[in-house]
Write a protein that binds this ligand. Structure first.
Ligand code: NAD
Length: 257
């Protein structure tokens, strides 16, 4: 499968799922633009590493996805964008009545409004060039809820709704919009939580993974960033030309429960 000649922007891609998706797109031959809100030598070194590992052009563009102007500015700086992956995300956990207002605003801005702004900015160019893929990284929490994650669940459900609307508005064009809904994915962020949870519950690593983290994931296995990236590459392939406005769960059976 080749995505040679295509350019992909992946928001929030200097770690975790975004980086995994960027790597798989690069492996498939796409030129990739990495993004996060930081602007460091490490960020640029990451782009150089992907470039040399996969023999593709890879650049890093700093832009804060909490800021609508920077969301649209990212697309402007990127130039011709064929594949847009909205991935940037954060989390905060608290009961609704104690949920800090600024955390609510930040989560909705970074995980929902940013996808609106980047999508609005890429669609005219996709239409002009006659091909486009919008891939939104939602979550099992875009389809089901959990307590204490009001903003996250609301943002991810909203992202699934935005995906469907964009798909309908582009349905007669060679543009698709879909959402990938991962269950628990073993990212560095998740890996870091394991020792603290082991200590908190007096459990070993395996118990924490099976009984705490993967309590709702029937496969009892994490999804990998490569699997999420592979799903994104599939959605960019010709086999997925008629897949639009839907969600693809990569959740080990979570949403079958
Ligand atoms: P992560 O923390 O490793 O990655 C988040 C990325 O978003 C980072 O690159 C970070 O720099 C970037 N980011 C955060 N705020 C930003 C901002 N204001 N502007 C630009 N970039 C910003 O976490 P992850 O687990 O890789 O999560 C990536 C996406 O996948 C998120 O949308 C998350 O909700 C979703 N997701 C994760 C899991 C999981 O189990 N890890 C499951 C389902 C969905």
């Amino acid at each position: 499968m080749t995505l040679q000649g295509k350019t992909a922007v992946v928001t929030g891609s200097n770690s975790g799922i975004g980086l995994g998706v960027a790597e798989e797109l690069a492996k498939a031959g796409a030129e990739v633009l990495l993004n996060s809100f930081t602007d460091t030598d490490e960020d640029r070194a990451l782009a150089d590493r992907i470039s040399s590992d996969h023999s593709v052009r890879c650049r890093y563009i700093a832009a804060d996805m909490a800021d609508p102007d920077q969301c649209r500015g990212l697309i402007e700086q990127a130039g011709e964008v064929d594949i847009l992956v909205n991935n940037a995300g954060i989390q905060h956990v608290a009961p609704v009545d104690e949920f800090p207002r600024e955390k609510w605003d930040a989560i909705i801005a970074i995980m929902l409004s940013s996808a609106f702004h980047t999508t609005a900015a890429v669609l005219p160019g996709m239409r002009e060039r006659g091909w486009g893929r919008v891939v939104n990284i939602a979550s099992a929490h875009g389809l089901t809820a959990s307590p204490y994650k009001a903003a996250y669940v609301a943002a991810k459900h909203g992202l699934v709704g935005l995906t469907k609307t964009v798909a309908l508005e582009t349905a007669e064009e060679p543009i698709t919009a879909n959402a990938i809904c991962p269950g628990y994915v073993l990212t560095p962020l998740v890996e870091k939580q394991i020792p603290a949870t082991m200590e908190k519950y007096g459990m070993d690593r395996e118990q924490v993974i099976r009984e705490v983290m993967l309590a709702r994931q029937p496969s009892k296995q994490f999804a990998s960033v490569e699997q999420i990236g592979g799903t994104a590459v599939f959605l960019c392939s010709a086999a997925a030309d008629q897949i639009t406005g839907t969600t693809l769960s990569v959740d080990g059976g979570w949403t079958a429960l």
